[in-house]
Write a protein that binds this ligand. Sequence first.
Ligand code: MSP
Length: 473
Amino acid sequence: MKKFYVTTPIYYPNDIPHIGHAYTTIAADIVARWHKILGENVRFLTGTDEHGKKIQDTAEKNGKKPKEFVDELVPKFKEAWKKLDIEYSRFIRTTDKDHEKKVQEILQKVYDNGDIYLGKYEGYYCTGCEAYYTEKDLVDGCCPIHKKKIEVLKEPSYFFKLSKYQKKLLDFYKKNPEFISPNFRQKEIINRIEEGLSDLSISRTSFNWGIPLPFDKKHVCYVWFDALINYISGADGFWPADVHLIGKDILWFHVVYWPAMLMSAGIELPKKVFAHGWWTFNNEKISKSRGKVINVDELISIAGVDAVRYFLFRGTPFGEDGDFSEQALIDRYNNELADKLGNLISRVAALAEKYELEQTENKLSKKLKLKEIEKHFEKYEIDKALNEIFAFIDVCNEYVQNKKPWETHDKKILYEVADSIKAIAILLYPFIPSTSTKIAKQFGFEIDYNEIKNPLKNNKIKKAEILFRKIEQ
Ligand code: MSP
């Protein structure tokens, strides 16, 4: 059985999950479910990134110990993923014992290979980003992302010889042009590497919420060095990952630090890192301080789970930025899920119940571009796959409209459309699993990619509840 391994970033549990976290997690679930219906053995890893200064500071502000603080937030992530129908294989926490052990094991390996040395870090650090900056990155002495005065660190630190991997990384990208995806993000990374890589400070002594270095327990491991290793700790025999899905803001960590760490430890590299764009909310940057955050419960309350899963991948090309608005979601829900998909199902089910079906060759399904949908999925063009499926829904609706089976009572026409609905529901399953499962029950087929080609056997289709009740405004 072919294996497939997909991951999401592990999220900082410093607040409840919002649209940004939901986006990558739903994307990973879509990709995972796609490979599941293809019959593959799929592993899907998500979780939380719990160490580091940012979590320690936030916990303190809330008057809690870091572990106590994250223990209260982790269930919020798990609940959110349950509500969004996320079917992960494991929820990993960087405070899990097996992960802590793996981090120490890899640190020791890199150390034994001579790639870690003791020095002193003197420079800038933004705790909000958990990232190091140089003078030229700063904007008026502030972090370019958080626009807050940057912290100057001066402390003993172990360094990872990142500079040693400069050429190796560039060679690797050349040999693996698909590694950094989408491709247009590659140039910027290469340019930055060509400017020169400095060694990376990978330990801190000024606080203690982290994994102690195995060779010097006074130091705790830099949170990113710790976090990236989750992909290995949670792999359960599936390493190397087929794809790490991430946001564009954390591409550097995933395509520079991570491969270099793996090269040093002598571990195989992941096959692909795919960076998606960022969501704005009513055209404004999502920002906690200005209250422009939309959390998972709010998202779901607008038009239900499937509407969210559908909307986020419908209009916005996966890989590019998108704007979220409640109105845009409601419009797509009403015009596409209710009017196009919902109507097709209810209309055909009602006619099939009344006049029954007669099995025949499904010529209508020749208009379904299956090969193209497969190709889109292979390239993570999730939005394009969805677009193709909806183009076929339009074709089916037109077919019904033109053939008027309510007048002709033509059982063969009804069969063709019912059999096409089978294909539609199977293909939509990764996006809207609960709706697809309902359709599969109603029309009597299994959610399995091979079933698209097998003729629908059921002749006892019944009307059922309305799938998408229109939202009146
Ligand atoms: N803990 C690190 C990841 C470590 S992975 C080894 C981290 N966590 S995070 O909680 O800050 O962010 C996680 C993800 O959420 C990132 O991929 C980021 O791109 C994504 N998003 C946060 N806000 C977002 C939007 N407004 N839009 C889309 N995604 C965004 O970084």
